[in-house]
Design a protein around this ligand. Structure first.
Ligand code: ATP
Length: 309
Protein backbone atom coordinates (compact mmCIF):
# COMPACT_ATOMS: atom_id res chain seq x y z
CA UNK A 1 0.00 0.00 0.00
CA UNK A 2 1.21 3.49 -0.83
CA UNK A 3 2.04 5.77 2.08
CA UNK A 4 -0.28 8.60 1.03
CA UNK A 5 1.42 11.01 3.43
CA UNK A 6 4.85 10.46 1.87
CA UNK A 7 6.12 13.07 -0.58
CA UNK A 8 8.38 10.49 -2.22
CA UNK A 9 7.22 6.88 -2.00
CA UNK A 10 9.14 4.04 -3.65
CA UNK A 11 7.92 0.45 -3.36
CA UNK A 12 10.00 -2.50 -4.54
CA UNK A 13 11.67 -0.54 -7.33
CA UNK A 14 13.97 -2.46 -9.69
CA UNK A 15 15.68 -0.96 -12.72
CA UNK A 16 17.85 -3.20 -14.92
CA UNK A 17 20.44 -2.37 -17.53
CA UNK A 18 20.88 -5.62 -19.41
CA UNK A 19 21.47 -8.26 -16.73
CA UNK A 20 22.62 -5.73 -14.18
CA UNK A 21 20.22 -4.46 -11.52
CA UNK A 22 21.18 -0.81 -11.13
CA UNK A 23 18.40 -0.47 -8.50
CA UNK A 24 17.28 -3.68 -6.85
CA UNK A 25 13.97 -3.92 -4.99
CA UNK A 26 14.27 -0.57 -3.21
CA UNK A 27 11.49 0.80 -1.04
CA UNK A 28 11.84 4.13 0.66
CA UNK A 29 9.65 6.96 1.86
CA UNK A 30 10.44 10.61 2.40
CA UNK A 31 8.07 13.13 3.97
CA UNK A 32 7.64 16.89 3.74
CA UNK A 33 10.29 18.77 5.72
CA UNK A 34 12.71 15.83 5.73
CA UNK A 35 16.23 15.97 4.35
CA UNK A 36 17.69 12.57 3.52
CA UNK A 37 21.14 11.56 2.38
CA UNK A 38 21.46 8.93 -0.30
CA UNK A 39 24.85 7.34 0.27
CA UNK A 40 26.66 4.65 -1.68
CA UNK A 41 29.86 3.91 -3.56
CA UNK A 42 30.26 4.84 -7.24
CA UNK A 43 27.82 2.80 -9.28
CA UNK A 44 25.61 1.91 -6.26
CA UNK A 45 22.51 3.19 -8.06
CA UNK A 46 22.02 6.66 -6.57
CA UNK A 47 21.56 8.55 -9.86
CA UNK A 48 19.34 5.81 -11.28
CA UNK A 49 17.11 6.04 -8.22
CA UNK A 50 16.84 9.82 -8.60
CA UNK A 51 16.05 9.52 -12.30
CA UNK A 52 13.23 7.11 -11.48
CA UNK A 53 11.79 9.67 -9.03
CA UNK A 54 12.00 12.30 -11.78
CA UNK A 55 10.14 9.97 -14.14
CA UNK A 56 13.10 10.04 -16.56
CA UNK A 57 13.43 6.27 -16.42
CA UNK A 58 10.72 3.72 -15.82
CA UNK A 59 11.57 0.83 -13.51
CA UNK A 60 10.73 -2.72 -14.62
CA UNK A 61 9.31 -3.52 -11.20
CA UNK A 62 7.74 -1.55 -8.37
CA UNK A 63 6.12 1.87 -8.11
CA UNK A 64 7.47 5.38 -7.68
CA UNK A 65 5.09 8.04 -6.42
CA UNK A 66 5.93 11.72 -6.07
CA UNK A 67 3.44 14.05 -4.39
CA UNK A 68 0.89 11.26 -4.68
CA UNK A 69 1.27 10.68 -8.46
CA UNK A 70 3.01 7.82 -10.26
CA UNK A 71 6.31 9.39 -11.38
CA UNK A 72 6.16 8.42 -15.06
CA UNK A 73 2.40 8.98 -15.53
CA UNK A 74 0.83 11.92 -17.38
CA UNK A 75 -0.77 13.01 -14.12
CA UNK A 76 2.73 13.56 -12.70
CA UNK A 77 3.35 16.54 -15.03
CA UNK A 78 1.91 18.95 -12.45
CA UNK A 79 3.89 17.29 -9.65
CA UNK A 80 7.08 17.62 -11.72
CA UNK A 81 6.66 21.40 -11.75
CA UNK A 82 7.03 21.30 -7.98
CA UNK A 83 10.20 19.29 -8.24
CA UNK A 84 13.72 20.74 -8.36
CA UNK A 85 16.62 18.68 -9.71
CA UNK A 86 20.32 19.34 -9.65
CA UNK A 87 22.00 16.69 -11.82
CA UNK A 88 25.45 15.28 -11.10
CA UNK A 89 26.83 16.77 -14.29
CA UNK A 90 25.52 20.22 -15.02
CA UNK A 91 25.25 21.08 -18.72
CA UNK A 92 24.64 24.82 -19.09
CA UNK A 93 24.84 26.63 -22.39
CA UNK A 94 28.13 28.61 -22.42
CA UNK A 95 26.90 31.46 -24.63
CA UNK A 96 23.91 32.35 -22.40
CA UNK A 97 24.33 34.66 -19.42
CA UNK A 98 23.42 33.50 -15.92
CA UNK A 99 20.27 35.58 -16.02
CA UNK A 100 19.24 34.24 -19.46
CA UNK A 101 19.90 30.67 -18.29
CA UNK A 102 17.63 31.06 -15.30
CA UNK A 103 14.90 32.72 -17.40
CA UNK A 104 15.14 29.82 -19.87
CA UNK A 105 14.61 27.22 -17.11
CA UNK A 106 11.78 29.29 -15.57
CA UNK A 107 9.97 29.31 -18.93
CA UNK A 108 10.49 25.55 -19.28
CA UNK A 109 8.71 25.14 -15.95
CA UNK A 110 6.03 27.71 -16.92
CA UNK A 111 7.10 29.92 -14.04
CA UNK A 112 7.32 33.74 -13.94
CA UNK A 113 10.85 35.11 -14.24
CA UNK A 114 10.23 38.01 -11.84
CA UNK A 115 11.93 36.34 -8.86
CA UNK A 116 15.04 35.25 -10.75
CA UNK A 117 17.22 38.22 -9.80
CA UNK A 118 16.58 37.50 -6.09
CA UNK A 119 17.45 33.85 -6.68
CA UNK A 120 20.78 34.78 -8.28
CA UNK A 121 21.45 37.01 -5.28
CA UNK A 122 20.60 34.18 -2.88
CA UNK A 123 23.14 31.86 -4.49
CA UNK A 124 25.74 34.66 -4.57
CA UNK A 125 26.21 35.24 -8.30
CA UNK A 126 24.06 38.32 -8.93
CA UNK A 127 27.20 40.30 -9.88
CA UNK A 128 27.82 37.84 -12.73
CA UNK A 129 24.17 37.74 -13.87
CA UNK A 130 24.98 39.36 -17.21
CA UNK A 131 28.21 37.48 -17.90
CA UNK A 132 28.27 34.48 -20.20
CA UNK A 133 28.21 31.13 -18.41
CA UNK A 134 31.20 30.03 -20.53
CA UNK A 135 33.32 32.37 -18.42
CA UNK A 136 31.99 31.11 -15.06
CA UNK A 137 34.14 29.09 -12.64
CA UNK A 138 33.03 25.56 -11.67
CA UNK A 139 31.64 26.93 -8.38
CA UNK A 140 29.68 29.69 -10.15
CA UNK A 141 28.19 27.17 -12.58
CA UNK A 142 27.19 24.96 -9.67
CA UNK A 143 25.57 27.93 -7.91
CA UNK A 144 23.65 28.75 -11.08
CA UNK A 145 22.59 25.12 -11.39
CA UNK A 146 21.37 25.23 -7.80
CA UNK A 147 19.39 28.41 -8.57
CA UNK A 148 17.78 26.52 -11.47
CA UNK A 149 16.81 23.70 -9.09
CA UNK A 150 15.29 26.21 -6.66
CA UNK A 151 13.00 27.86 -9.21
CA UNK A 152 9.40 28.02 -8.04
CA UNK A 153 10.24 27.03 -4.43
CA UNK A 154 9.98 23.28 -5.06
CA UNK A 155 8.26 20.87 -2.66
CA UNK A 156 10.69 18.14 -3.67
CA UNK A 157 14.41 18.67 -4.23
CA UNK A 158 16.67 16.03 -5.72
CA UNK A 159 20.33 16.97 -5.50
CA UNK A 160 22.84 14.59 -7.08
CA UNK A 161 26.30 15.09 -5.55
CA UNK A 162 25.72 18.83 -5.41
CA UNK A 163 28.83 19.92 -3.52
CA UNK A 164 31.49 18.02 -5.49
CA UNK A 165 34.29 20.44 -6.40
CA UNK A 166 32.88 23.34 -4.39
CA UNK A 167 35.04 25.43 -2.05
CA UNK A 168 34.16 25.50 1.69
CA UNK A 169 32.32 28.85 1.47
CA UNK A 170 30.16 27.60 -1.41
CA UNK A 171 29.44 24.38 0.50
CA UNK A 172 28.33 26.31 3.57
CA UNK A 173 26.06 28.52 1.50
CA UNK A 174 24.70 25.45 -0.16
CA UNK A 175 23.88 23.73 3.14
CA UNK A 176 22.32 26.93 4.46
CA UNK A 177 19.96 27.12 1.47
CA UNK A 178 19.07 23.43 1.77
CA UNK A 179 18.30 24.03 5.48
CA UNK A 180 15.97 26.92 4.57
CA UNK A 181 14.07 24.78 2.07
CA UNK A 182 13.72 21.99 4.57
CA UNK A 183 12.35 24.46 7.13
CA UNK A 184 9.78 25.54 4.53
CA UNK A 185 8.61 21.94 4.24
CA UNK A 186 10.42 20.64 1.15
CA UNK A 187 11.36 16.96 0.98
CA UNK A 188 15.04 16.82 0.05
CA UNK A 189 16.99 13.83 -1.22
CA UNK A 190 20.68 14.49 -1.55
CA UNK A 191 23.27 12.06 -2.84
CA UNK A 192 26.77 12.69 -1.58
CA UNK A 193 30.13 11.23 -0.68
CA UNK A 194 30.76 14.08 1.81
CA UNK A 195 28.81 12.41 4.61
CA UNK A 196 30.49 14.01 7.60
CA UNK A 197 29.55 17.51 6.37
CA UNK A 198 25.86 16.67 6.39
CA UNK A 199 25.48 15.23 9.86
CA UNK A 200 23.75 18.34 11.15
CA UNK A 201 21.38 18.61 8.20
CA UNK A 202 20.25 15.06 7.52
CA UNK A 203 17.11 13.70 9.17
CA UNK A 204 17.47 10.35 7.42
CA UNK A 205 20.15 8.31 5.71
CA UNK A 206 19.66 5.68 3.01
CA UNK A 207 22.66 3.55 2.08
CA UNK A 208 22.69 1.76 -1.27
CA UNK A 209 25.05 -1.06 -2.18
CA UNK A 210 24.96 -2.65 -5.64
CA UNK A 211 21.44 -1.30 -6.13
CA UNK A 212 20.09 -2.65 -2.80
CA UNK A 213 19.12 -0.53 0.18
CA UNK A 214 21.23 -1.79 3.09
CA UNK A 215 20.49 0.88 5.71
CA UNK A 216 17.62 3.30 6.32
CA UNK A 217 17.03 5.44 9.39
CA UNK A 218 17.77 8.59 11.32
CA UNK A 219 21.31 9.14 12.51
CA UNK A 220 20.22 8.00 15.98
CA UNK A 221 18.60 4.84 14.52
CA UNK A 222 21.72 3.97 12.54
CA UNK A 223 23.92 4.65 15.57
CA UNK A 224 21.83 2.21 17.60
CA UNK A 225 21.84 -0.42 14.84
CA UNK A 226 25.57 -0.15 14.18
CA UNK A 227 26.36 -0.12 17.93
CA UNK A 228 29.88 1.11 17.23
CA UNK A 229 32.05 1.98 20.22
CA UNK A 230 32.10 5.51 21.57
CA UNK A 231 35.36 7.12 22.64
CA UNK A 232 35.87 8.83 25.98
CA UNK A 233 38.94 11.07 26.09
CA UNK A 234 40.34 12.67 29.23
CA UNK A 235 42.90 15.42 29.65
CA UNK A 236 44.76 15.20 32.96
CA UNK A 237 46.93 17.73 34.80
CA UNK A 238 49.88 15.30 34.82
CA UNK A 239 50.71 11.92 33.22
CA UNK A 240 48.87 9.21 35.21
CA UNK A 241 50.97 6.69 37.16
CA UNK A 242 48.94 3.69 35.98
CA UNK A 243 45.77 3.11 33.97
CA UNK A 244 42.72 0.97 34.69
CA UNK A 245 41.92 -1.80 32.16
CA UNK A 246 40.77 -0.57 28.78
CA UNK A 247 42.29 2.92 29.00
CA UNK A 248 45.25 3.84 26.83
CA UNK A 249 47.59 6.80 26.41
CA UNK A 250 46.98 9.03 23.39
CA UNK A 251 49.30 11.83 24.55
CA UNK A 252 51.42 12.72 27.58
CA UNK A 253 48.40 13.92 29.57
CA UNK A 254 45.65 12.45 27.44
CA UNK A 255 44.03 9.03 27.76
CA UNK A 256 41.24 7.29 25.88
CA UNK A 257 38.74 4.49 26.42
CA UNK A 258 36.59 2.87 23.75
CA UNK A 259 33.40 1.36 25.13
CA UNK A 260 29.93 0.21 24.13
CA UNK A 261 27.38 3.01 23.97
CA UNK A 262 25.33 1.30 26.70
CA UNK A 263 28.29 1.46 29.12
CA UNK A 264 29.32 5.04 28.52
CA UNK A 265 27.49 6.62 31.46
CA UNK A 266 29.16 4.24 33.94
CA UNK A 267 32.58 4.99 32.43
CA UNK A 268 31.93 8.72 32.45
CA UNK A 269 31.11 8.50 36.18
CA UNK A 270 34.32 6.56 36.85
CA UNK A 271 36.31 9.04 34.76
CA UNK A 272 35.55 11.73 37.33
CA UNK A 273 37.72 9.85 39.86
CA UNK A 274 40.94 10.39 37.84
CA UNK A 275 43.36 12.62 39.74
CA UNK A 276 43.91 16.03 38.13
CA UNK A 277 41.03 15.68 35.65
CA UNK A 278 40.97 18.76 33.39
CA UNK A 279 38.60 17.84 30.57
CA UNK A 280 36.27 15.08 29.33
CA UNK A 281 35.41 14.61 25.64
CA UNK A 282 32.88 12.13 24.32
CA UNK A 283 33.13 11.18 20.66
CA UNK A 284 30.21 9.39 19.05
CA UNK A 285 30.81 7.42 15.82
CA UNK A 286 30.39 9.71 12.80
CA UNK A 287 28.35 9.11 9.70
CA UNK A 288 31.48 8.06 7.76
CA UNK A 289 32.19 5.32 10.33
CA UNK A 290 28.58 4.12 10.30
CA UNK A 291 28.53 4.07 6.50
CA UNK A 292 31.71 1.95 6.47
CA UNK A 293 30.14 -0.36 9.09
CA UNK A 294 27.00 -1.02 7.02
CA UNK A 295 29.03 -1.70 3.86
CA UNK A 296 31.36 -4.09 5.76
CA UNK A 297 28.40 -5.94 7.25
CA UNK A 298 26.63 -6.66 3.96
CA UNK A 299 29.14 -8.93 2.12
CA UNK A 300 29.35 -11.04 5.29
CA UNK A 301 25.56 -11.38 5.38
CA UNK A 302 25.48 -12.29 1.67
CA UNK A 303 28.14 -14.98 2.20
CA UNK A 304 26.18 -16.47 5.11
CA UNK A 305 23.05 -16.63 2.94
CA UNK A 306 25.01 -18.27 0.10
CA UNK A 307 26.43 -20.84 2.51
CA UNK A 308 22.99 -21.57 3.96
CA UNK A 309 21.48 -22.07 0.47
N1 ATP B 1 22.21 4.27 -19.11
C1 ATP B 1 22.85 3.24 -18.58
N2 ATP B 1 23.17 2.15 -19.31
C2 ATP B 1 23.79 1.09 -18.79
N3 ATP B 1 24.16 1.01 -17.48
C3 ATP B 1 23.89 2.07 -16.69
C4 ATP B 1 23.22 3.23 -17.19
N4 ATP B 1 23.08 4.11 -16.17
C5 ATP B 1 23.65 3.53 -15.09
N5 ATP B 1 24.12 2.32 -15.39
C6 ATP B 1 24.78 1.38 -14.48
O1 ATP B 1 23.96 1.24 -13.33
C7 ATP B 1 24.75 1.23 -12.14
C8 ATP B 1 24.29 2.34 -11.22
O2 ATP B 1 24.65 3.58 -11.80
P1 ATP B 1 24.34 4.98 -11.12
O3 ATP B 1 24.82 6.05 -12.04
O4 ATP B 1 22.92 5.01 -10.73
O5 ATP B 1 25.25 4.91 -9.82
P2 ATP B 1 25.65 6.07 -8.79
O6 ATP B 1 25.48 5.49 -7.43
O7 ATP B 1 24.91 7.32 -9.10
O8 ATP B 1 27.21 6.24 -9.09
P3 ATP B 1 28.17 7.54 -8.95
O9 ATP B 1 28.40 7.78 -7.49
O10 ATP B 1 29.41 7.10 -9.65
O11 ATP B 1 27.48 8.67 -9.65
C9 ATP B 1 26.20 1.36 -12.58
O12 ATP B 1 26.80 0.09 -12.61
C10 ATP B 1 26.11 1.95 -13.96
O13 ATP B 1 27.18 1.51 -14.78
Amino acid sequence: MADTAATIDLRGVTKRYGRQRAVDGVSLQLHAGECAILAGHNGAGKSTLMKSILGLIQPEEGTVRVLGELAHSKAAARARRQLGYLPETVALHPSLTGSETLDFYARLKSLPTAGNRALLERVGIADAAHKRVGGYSKGMRQRLALAQALLGTPRVLLLDEPTTGLDPASRLLFYEIVGELRARGAAILLSTHALAELEGLADRVFVLQKGKKIADGSLADLRRQADLPVRIRLTLAAPPAGLPTGWQHIGPQRIELQCANADKIDHLRQAQDFAGLRDIELEQPGLDEMYAHFLRREPAAATRQEQAA
